[in-house]
Design a protein around this ligand. Structure first.
Ligand SMILES: Cc1ncc(COP(=O)(O)O)c(C=O)c1O
Length: 437
């Protein structure tokens, strides 16, 4: 019952999807037929959470109707089928990001993946930690480097780790155009750096960070590299081995999958040397009243009953994306992104955050409308059936750096048409007039 599709990174067609194909794709997404506030829904909030195709909804339902059972435990028929489905899903999703099966740990989301790494490093830093985990231990004098554009999920766990171990947290600044200052990065990353954690694509700026330049700096310093692939895994053909990172995290709900599941990739030799984060059932070899010995990765990090139906559904999502072709999706979203940015830049009083039109970005754009609070912009758009995200998008330091407290963000995915973008631009053009700003 293997469901392994061709890994995304092997599908290299660069031809963008077009409106006609997108109209066919939209038929797979029942929610896109909804109306909101008397208007057909225009969903431009996939950066927050994406919608689910029928194949994903059906995979989850089929699991509950036919196979529902605990995995890795029972000796009965359903338990065997459920375990097969769960592990097949792992194989599919691991292949989707270019990883081996034992290198993919299921988590609830990217946030949990990042906490898993940082708590494991904290456990490695405690007195009495196993000798094999010494390479993950941090102490005063060690440094963790992040960037100023991180989502709070890739900032606060490192702040906490630094605070508890005495390590110092440093950050690579962002310039006025929202790009990382690579000269500063070269100065910051050095002999004391133990961890470099950064986002692949910014959830606010839409920019795609230069992974190989940053990985080279980290390698030269002997630091571990943690990649937040939350905004890249859904939109770019990802190969964690090619990227040469040590860890990567992503969330299923941003890549057509259900909520409640995400993934952590880690190099197998690292995962197998790291102390567990959560402990309990299903992650042990032997237990006495005094001690326990732990299974290798990935079970080592999967304590308790797992997200089984969600894993199965996430594999269906990965298959849907692979079959459509990640490079075609990215090419289409780049077109939509360019249209968004050019259109927004042409509206008086609108300031687009991140790379200017024509520079590479994922298909999202956050912006500020002079004199109108982002929440008002969002409500105005919602009254026309247009769903966007407003606020600081869990990136307060970045907004502060850009002189803002909040912004409005439109984010596209493979089911958005150029008509969606045009209707959105038309609505934004009316915002300042409506609020007399
Ligand atoms: C770049 C980035 N990292 C991490 C996260 C956290 O994702 P989740 O809330 O699914 O854990 C998000 C979600 O918006 C994100 O955009």
């Amino acid at each position: 019952m293997s469901m392994v599709a061709t890994p995304a990174h092997l599908l290299r067609s660069a031809t963008a999807l077009g409106n006609e194909e997108v109209m066919r794709i939209r038929n797979d997404f029942p929610i896109l037929n909804r109306s909101v506030n008397g208007h057909p829904l225009i969903y431009l909030d996939s950066g927050a959470t994406s919608q689910n195709p029928l194949s994903v909804l059906e995979a989850e339902q089929e699991f509950y109707e036919q196979r529902n059972s605990a995995v890795h435990r029972g000796a009965h028929y359903l338990a065997v089928e459920a375990t097969e489905a769960f592990e097949d899903a792992r194989e599919t999703v691991a292949a989707f990001i270019g990883a081996d099966q034992d290198e993919l740990v299921w988590t609830s989301n990217a946030t949990e993946g990042l906490n898993l790494i940082s708590y494991s490093f904290l456990n490695a830093s405690l007195p009495g930690a196993p000798a094999e985990s010494a390479r993950f231990a941090l102490a005063a004098g060690d440094e963790i480097v992040v960037t100023e554009m991180e989502h709070h999920a890739n900032l606060i766990p490192w702040q906490q780790l630094a605070e508890r171990t005495g390590a110092t947290l440093k950050f690579i600044p962002v310039d006025d155009a929202g790009a990382l200052d690579l000269d500063a990065a070269a100065r910051l990353i050095g002999g004391r750096t133990r961890v470099l954690a950064f986002t692949h694509a910014s959830n606010v700026l839409g920019s795609i960070n230069p992974v190989s330049a940053l990985v080279s700096l980290a390698r030269a310093a002997g630091a571990l590299v943690v990649l937040d692939a939350c905004q890249s895994a859904p939109h770019l053909a990802l190969d964690v081995k090619d990227l040469d990172v040590d860890f990567a995290v992503f969330s299923g709900h941003k890549m057509l999958g259900p909520t409640g599941i995400g993934g952590l990739y880690g190099r197998s030799e690292l995962l197998n040397a790291m102390p567990p984060f959560l402990t309990g059932g299903s992650m042990i070899t032997t237990v006495t009243m005094e001690r326990a010995a732990f299974l290798p990765s990935p079970q080592r990090f999967e304590a308790g009953t797992q997200k089984i139906s969600q894993a199965v559904a996430l594999a269906a999502a990965a298959n849907y994306l692979s079959e459509t072709g990640l490079s075609r999706i990215h090419a289409w979203e780049s077109e939509l992104g360019r249209r968004l940015v050019e259109g927004l830049e042409a509206i008086p009083g609108v300031r687009v955050l991140g790379p200017a039109a024509g520079r590479e970005r994922i298909g999202l754009a956050a912006f500020d409308v002079a004199g109108v609070h982002a929440h008002d912009v969002g409500q105005f758009l919602d009254s026309r059936g247009i769903a966007v995200r407003v606020g600081h998008h869990c990136a307060q330091p970045l907004h502060r750096r850009l002189g803002l407290t909040a912004s409005t963000r439109a984010s596209t995915y493979l089911y958005n048409t150029t008509d969606d973008v045009d209707a959105f631009l038309d609505a934004v053009a009316g915002v300042r007039g409506y609020f007399q700003a």
